[in-house]
Write a protein that binds this ligand. Structure first.
Ligand code: ADP
Ligand code: MG
Length: 486
């Protein structure tokens, strides 16, 4: 009986792999296929995990670097969406004893690989309890879990992130614990770049200190590992594992709220690392002082270093982010479309990217050029209130940004020419773009009366008729306001 079952299983992984090879063959040239895919042997299929055997470490790295996308797509097509790939590597044993194999999960890390570190973890048997550990001969290798794409080059700097970014950069440039920013706590709402920035710090640090060990872990993963280690009776391994890290990045620590045991464990690991001049980088969706369900002693540790927030990016930064993304994806869009998207998506960067993606998807689906009209249609789905009426405040803000004057000045009595012009233009636009009465408009400008508003509108009309340069600049402002109306 057992044998026939075995046969069924065997057939499965072999069949699955055979089908994969068919797809792969169509996607790589003959020579590459012969070199890199012929030598692969399917070993087993365990629910959604297909294990393949490759001849060497180098082989494995090459596949991960060059063919991972193809491999992933292929096994997903063959085995469904949650299909995973594991490697078994035949280790060439030069001492003459028989070769043996080690299993590697498929992670595509690339250059931010950590060096091997000696750890007190018992490597006996094949019980590798920690998912971050790849077994080696004597040493273990900690996968950094860093995404290479999340680096400082791809992270656009703006007022919204300047402090966090420069503190992060400093942390990445000094040896672990070499700055006063320990821990560095980066906090801010969803989609504002916490994960991206902390990966960038980790990646940059790895470039400066290739021999140090960096680990990125989400709080959720940390918690689950800890729970597993209790179940498996391997809490000591868990602790030891975390103690060898030089730079520990823990993402979304708000997740620790009300998890007393996990907090307790984290507290000890935190202390150990901090005492040994190791760097801690934490992120949270709110300021440490606003974290609820956290032990006081843990919160007090967070105050030891620096808490820096990420804010919503301003218009210029949003444009810069879109442009960077377009550049790296090799896309070009009309300037007015970029501006339109940046104007209307002002919640967070993830949504900004989502809007861009959906714009591109729609355009390629309909085989249409992306122009402002198409953008307006598509972005409508993204913004909740599309035809919101523009407010006097918004007009004032836009005009003042354009003229480089402070909004408060509009409400004061200043007679400086530039301010008078900004004030009059704001009134003019408020009259044209809002349904407010002249009286209400006057009120928004430091309680001026309606005749002042009429006079201002006339003055602007005169200028528009006589001064082409002024007219051009008004058109610019108008365009910005119209964009916000959609
Ligand atoms: P958070 O972790 O705060 O929810 P993420 O780090 O996941 O946010 O960022 C959301 C998306 O926005 C990611 O795709 C990220 O690359 C991008 N992003 C965030 N901040 C920036 C920035 N300053 N420059 C470029 N892209 C950014
Ligand atoms: Mg995040």
């Amino acid at each position: 009986m057992a044998k026939s079952q075995e046969e069924v299983l065997k057939k499965n992984h072999e069949e699955v792999w055979k089908n994969c090879l068919k797809i792969i063959k169509d996607n790589v040239n003959q020579q590459s296929f012969k070199t890199w895919f012929d030598p692969i042997r399917p070993v087993k299929l365990d629910s959604n995990v297909l294990t393949i055997q490759v001849p060497s470490q180098f082989f494995y790295e090459w596949l991960e670097e060059h063919y991972i996308t193809l491999l992933r797509k292929t096994i997903k097509r063959e085995m469904g969406n949650d299909a995973r790939l594991e490697y078994r590597i035949v280790v060439d044993n030069s001492s003459g004893t028989s070769p043996y194999t080690v299993n590697y999960p498929n992670y595509n890390t690339g250059e931010n690989k950590n060096p091997d570190v000696l750890t007190p973890i018992s490597m006996g048997g094949n019980a590798i309890k920690n998912p971050f550990i790849i077994p080696g001969l004597k040493k273990v290798n900690v996968e950094s879990q860093l995404k290479p794409a999340y680096n400082f080059d791809s992270f656009v700097e703006g007022d919204c992130n300047r402090l966090a970014r420069s503190a992060g950069f400093a942390v990445a440039t000094k040896p672990p614990g070499g700055t006063a920013f320990n821990p560095l706590v980066v906090y801010g709402g969803v989609g504002l770049g916490k994960t991206h920035l902390t990966h960038a710090i980790g990646n940059q640090f790895k470039q400066n200190f290739p021999n140090k060990t960096v680990l990125y872990v989400s709080s959720e993963k940390f918690t689950n590992q800890f729970i597993d280690s209790i179940k498996n009776n391997s809490v000591n391994d868990f602790i030891h594992f975390y103690q060898v890290i030089d730079v520990l990045i823990v993402d979304d620590i708000q997740f620790f709220a009300n998890k007393d045991k996990t907090q307790d464990m984290f507290f000890h690991i935190f202390n150990h690392l901090h005492q040994n001049s190791k760097q801690l980088i934490l992120t949270s969706d709110r300021a440490p002082k606003d974290l609820e369900g956290m032990e006081e002693r843990l919160l007090s540790r967070f105050k030891w270093g620096l808490a820096a927030d990420l804010q919503t990016p301003d218009f210029e930064t949003r444009i810069a982010i879109l442009e960077k993304k377009m550049y790296s994806d090799g896309i070009e869009l009309p300037r007015e479309v970029v501006e339109f998207v940046a104007y209307n998506i002002n919640t967070n960067i993830r949504e900004l990217e989502g809007a861009l993606t959906s714009l591109l998807a729609q355009a390629s689906l309909n085989k249409k050029e992306i122009d402002l009209d198409l953008a307006k249609k598509i972005i409508k789905n993204f913004v909740k209130s599309v035809s919101r009426e523009v407010s006097i405040d918004y007009i004032q803000k836009t005009v003042c940004e354009h003229f480089g004057v402070a909004v408060e000045k509009l409400k004061e009595k200043t007679r400086k020419r530039q301010i008078v012009q900004a004030r009059q233009l704001s009134m003019f636009l408020a009259k044209n773009y809002t349904k407010n009465s002249l009286k209400v408009i006057g009120k928004h400008f430091g309680g001026r009366d309606h005749s002042t508003v009429i006079h201002s509108c006339q003055a602007i009309q005169n200028l528009l008729d006589t001064d082409p340069k002024f007219k051009e600049s008004v058109l610019d402002v108008q365009k910005k306001i119209q964009m916000s109306i959609g």
